[in-house]
Design a protein around this ligand. Structure first.
Ligand SMILES: Cc1ncc(COP(=O)(O)O)c(C=O)c1O
Length: 441
């Protein structure tokens, strides 16, 4: 029997992507959230410098979303998504399609970014199968790519620690492009770095090796967030697009982090002016209020799969909670806020002063790179000899103690606040990081 004491027993919960033993010795509890702030267990307000986990783009506790979810729960708590519909799912799909790049107007709902990635990879395989090119099964990802934790996602993903324990069971026909991060060429770039477009040519080499007739899709994050804010070099995505198009290979942009305003536009695709064939979505789609993800699919891909099966189920794929009524209510209310408050434009308007504040730390101790675009910045630190990652972890803890929530990966600190952030809050974040860095050994 579980009992609830005033101080909770921490032993039952196995926490995700967490150093469980350390956390349980020094727990950090959040108890409420509103606007730009969390409140912790001792009543301290914590400025949210990371939109939760890159997902609360409209800020916390939005009344319109709370009301939409509550109304929906009272009216229709759940409806099966298989062979059954409810209006909210169709309305939400149309609303998402309206802000996707032209042509990507067929929407498949999932519950998370990981599910969106695996769904997109399966749709790519199904598409080639449906048009009589079933030999196209190879998938190409990129080093330092993060595509969630499904077997598809970790196979195309390029984070060693996420793959190592499962290496024997990863998908078989996978390749990786090199990542595009280079301190020697691109340190302290503002916006897209200039060096590195040629790295996309590696795709031609892989095509030469395997033959285009065996390759289904290339998947990349247009801007890699989780491995430390890696921006695409100028011309790089354009090259990937041209090469994939030339060889009949699908291009998937994983926009789980970048969509819904992070870069000052609805999608990174719109920001960079490069349109892929599929876009994976999650996080900001519902302002993180109810778990939700989606894949936006080029209409021709959808039609090819749908028309290949004259009768019956066309795609044997879906989730019990695809198009869950509460998630759909949250998506509609969230997209409404983005539009009404013009939050994507706001992110673009705030971006220059965010950039100035971030790069103001250039000559601060330990800083070896600062990179930014829209409302995201990465500050890379020189690793402490013999203890990689320790400096960023200490900055994270010290800033949290001073009431600011950040993220860190390796020795890079990531800042990605809600799009409603004000100027004084931007300044507070970077001033606090600067003060912490000056004292750091
Ligand atoms: C680019 C990208 N893809 C996929 C995912 C996985 O999303 P989820 O944690 O919702 O499964 C993430 C999560 O951060 C991500 O950044």
């Amino acid at each position: 029997m579980n009992t609830k004491a005033s101080a909770p027993d921490l032993s039952s919960l196995w926490m995700p992507f967490t150093a469980n033993k350390q956390f349980k010795q020094h727990p950090r509890f959040l108890v409420s959230a509103k606007g730009m702030y969390y409140t912790n267990a001792s009543g301290q307000r914590i400025l949210d410098g990371t939109s939760g986990l890159w997902c609360v783009n409209a800020g916390h506790g939005r009344q319109e979303i709370i009301e939409a979810i509550s109304r929906q729960a009272a009216q229709l708590d759940y409806a099966p998504g298989f062979q059954m519909g409810h209006e909210g799912a169709f309305e939400a799909a149309a609303a998402v399609a309206r802000i996707m790049p032209q042509g990507l107007d067929r929407i498949f709902f999932t519950n998370s970014g990981s599910e969106s990635v695996d769904t997109a990879l399966k749709i790519a395989l199904a598409y080639h199968q449906s048009r009589g090119e079933g030999r196209r099964t190879r998938l190409i990802g990129r080093e330092r790519g993060y595509h969630g934790v499904g077997f598809g996602g970790i196979s195309v993903g390029g984070i060693k620690s996420n793959r190592k324990m499962f290496s024997g069971a990863l998908l078989p026909a996978i390749d990786h492009l090199s990542h595009t991060h280079s301190l020697s060429h691109n340190a302290f770039s503002r916006g897209q770095p200039t060096w590195g477009a040629h790295l996309a040519d590696q795709l031609e080499a892989l095509i030469d090796l395997h033959d285009a007739s065996t390759i289904a899709a290339v998947i990349v994050e247009p801007m890699a967030g989780s491995t430390g804010v890696l921006l695409p070099p100028k011309g790089y995505l354009e090259k990937l697009r041209a090469i994939t198009q030339k060889h009949g290979i699908l291009l998937i942009f994983d926009e789980v982090i970048t969509a819904f305003g992070r870069l000052g536009a609805a999608t990174a695709s719109a920001c960079f002016g490069v349109v892929p064939d599929l876009i994976t979505l999650a996080k900001g789609i519902s302002n993180a209020s109810v778990p939700c993800g989606a894949v936006a699919v080029r209409r021709e891909i959808h039609d090819t799969i749908i028309n290949a099966t004259p009768e019956g189920i066309e795609l044997f794929h879906g989730y019990t909670y695809s198009g869950h009524p509460l998630a759909m209510a949250a998506v509609l209310a969230t997209l409404d806020i983005y539009e009404r408050e013009k939050l994507f434009d706001r992110a673009r308007t705030m971006a220059p002063s965010f950039e100035v504040a971030a790069h103001g730390l250039k000559d601060t101790r330990h800083v070896v790179d600062i990179r930014n675009l829209g409302l995201v910045a990465g500050i890379e630190l020189d690793p402490r000899p013999g203890a990689p990652g320790a400096r960023a972890a200490e900055v994270f803890q010290a800033c949290f103690d001073q009431g600011i929530l950040l993220r860190y990966t390796g020795d890079t600190i990531a800042i990605s606040p809600p799009l409603i952030i004000e100027q004084d809050q931007i300044e507070r974040i970077f001033t606090t990081i600067g003060a912490v860095l000056k004292k750091l050994t």
